[in-house]
Design a binder for this molecule. Sequence first.
Ligand SMILES: Nc1ncnc2c1ncn2[C@@H]1O[C@H](COP(=O)(O)OP(=O)(O)OP(=O)(O)O)[C@@H](O)[C@H]1O
Length: 763
Amino acid sequence: MANPAANSQSSMGHVSSNTFSSQVRVVLRVRPFLPSEITSKEKSPIPCITLLDLDNRIGKEVTVHIKDQWTSRNECYNLDSFFGQEDRVGHIFQREVSTVIPGIFQGLHATVFAYGATGSGKTYTMEGTKDEPGLIPLAMSTILSSCKNAQGSVEIAYYEIYMERCYDLLEPKAKEIMTLDDKEGRLQMKGLSWAPVHSMDEFCDVFSTGVQRRKVAHTGLNDVSSRSHAVLAIAVTNGAVKGKLNLIDLAGNEDNRRTCNEGIRLQESAKINQSLFALSNVIYALNNNEPRIPYRDSKLTRILQDSLGGTSHALMIACLNPASYQEAVHTVSLAARSRQIVNYVGSANKKETPKVKVDMEAKLRAWLESKGKNKRIQRMNGSCSPFLGKTPTSIRYLKQPGSVRSSAKVKTTDRKLFDSGAPISTTKKVYAHHQPDDALFTDMNALTNLHSFLHQRNIFSSVLAANDASLLKQKIGPFEVDEVVQHDIRLDSSSCVLKDEICQGCTHALLDRDQEKTSENLHSCGASYSKEHDDGLLNYCSSLHAYENSDTYMATQDDGERLEPSKAVPLSLNGANDDKREKSTNDAKFFRTFDLPGTPFNEENLHLPSINNVGSPATTERIRELQNSPRKVLSPISSNIGPVKHLSSDDRVCLILLDPKTPKSACEKDEVGIFGTPLDKFNALSSNLKESLLQEYLAFLNIASKEELMQLKGIGQKRAEYILELREHTPRPLKSLSDLEKIGLSCKQVNDMFRRAARGIFN
Ligand SMILES: Nc1ncnc2c1ncn2[C@@H]1O[C@H](COP(=O)(O)OP(=O)(O)OP(=O)(O)O)[C@@H](O)[C@H]1O
């Protein structure tokens, strides 16, 4: 088996004599069927995933085919390697992990992490059994024997991330450890204990005690399900050189309608799903060269930061249950995206650690770059080499188009789509709602999360808000507009539910992390919401992997296409309504419509519901108007560019149908047509630029560490501490310019700051 490091060196070329680029290597591991998955009728069930091109198994990449045996749905993906049901963990070790160990003795860092749904075999692969040792004992034993030859020493640390907190598993009471940034922006685990290890016996003693401390529990899908992400760090000292191998067993994605989790299990599950969602966002942002990579959205992504777009080798083992098509699609689509990420691996002892620098100019540069304004950037950069100042952000821009792997063997009309990691066969639509007053989705982050979350699950359905069509176009980001349909209902800023769609049996409703807001949202579509919905909501939202991660999320059906009203299956938000949920689960497999109490789906419901239950007076008034006028939904317009002209900034909400395509820059897409005169265009761009800077600034305030905050002009220790305090109550407390008053910054101060940043750029 080829050495991944060697592969990537040759494919990507050297960046410097001791730093080389290396794509995240992604291999697939399909576990055997468990006895409980084999019905008496079918003795040898067919796995939902198969390897195409068996001959190519040892080649540079493999193509896998995922097929749903009950429907005609199927997808193909390219990955680096495939291990089927008959393959033993030893094979994976020999071919994938043993090759990175020599690098550890030369001071490199490497991470091997098992990713997959609950019950897919991650722990089995990492820890193994008595009869079949897993990657952890195999790696340890190889490191120990290499150590003897090299006369080096080995230490291990073992910790878990449970409910977004880190606990040291080598300490008797699994004490909590703090994760801090050092001056250089590197993650430090304060108080983590390291145990020296000289032999396998010693290792087994220490490690097995840690394993017993790790939180596991019985769930509906796995008898012994990990409730935390566990990280075993093996540090090797070889003379003056120190290298490290992280072996990570992630907790699995959980669909709580299938696990039947309740109480604490449900809360754990929400945290697990939330952190895996953050992981998918990081992968998505890296793939799309986004100016900000949301590493800080969870402990997991912070810990994996060096392995995703950083300076560590990374191997992802995507684990699959052969019986679950939906899980397979979810896991493999994320895995396929991950292998496009490029790391810049260098000697841990020599490398200059990137500094986290607060620099509005850099942010603006990144933003311009993401919009394809390269000339401006060249001017801003002067004659600097792109390799200088390799912060994680700048590293991403070194990614060459050629670095995106593709398979010549895969015949697809949408090659770009395939390369982007999305399934080939997808033709589903994205629904984006244009909301005129831009009040709902001013948070770009929430928007990105939403895109990523939905895209990853083939739910090409999304919500956007913008105060004019051009801004909307900018915000659409990676998607291309196919069609625009005017949608004839006005929403005020607090009403998030598209009443009119729900009435058609279509399935969009927005949940807000703030329960009061959710209640308002539901009210606005004629539904009532009470505390007793909380269970159901939490359950639902943890299935969405999203509830606590961002501000607003949309619940939607599984495939993003409209349902016939008669086919819509209500799923109550109320946890008590289990029979309905059960039915919904059976019918929908994944996400499904949920029933808004008081708004049953049926033919009669094709008109707007009674105005008596509706929220704000403005909405009520508008609905009254609409009820008195004939329903008006314009037909789809097929061009990519033309329809946007029809967007109005009056009180309409536009429903835009989008097809997921490989991202293009906003500039490249269609500047023609969305703007009016050149002056309009200039004005629109200027206002977008200002808005983007503001959003970046707010996003930064919402996530930066205290030290980073204090590097901003106008933010001293007290203000930084106050921001951190605000975050304890609401993770993203600052959403708009006026919110800055909460931290005692006047609009004038902020405007001055932006002015200074802009002057710096144009000087
Ligand atoms: N290669 C394999 N051969 C035989 N049994 C396996 C294999 N992989 C997994 N299993 C079995 O499948 C079940 C689930 O595996 P495991 O607990 O490793 O899943 P997991 O992905 O770690 O789940 P969770 O995320 O819930 O912790 C276990 O009973 C395990 O013994």
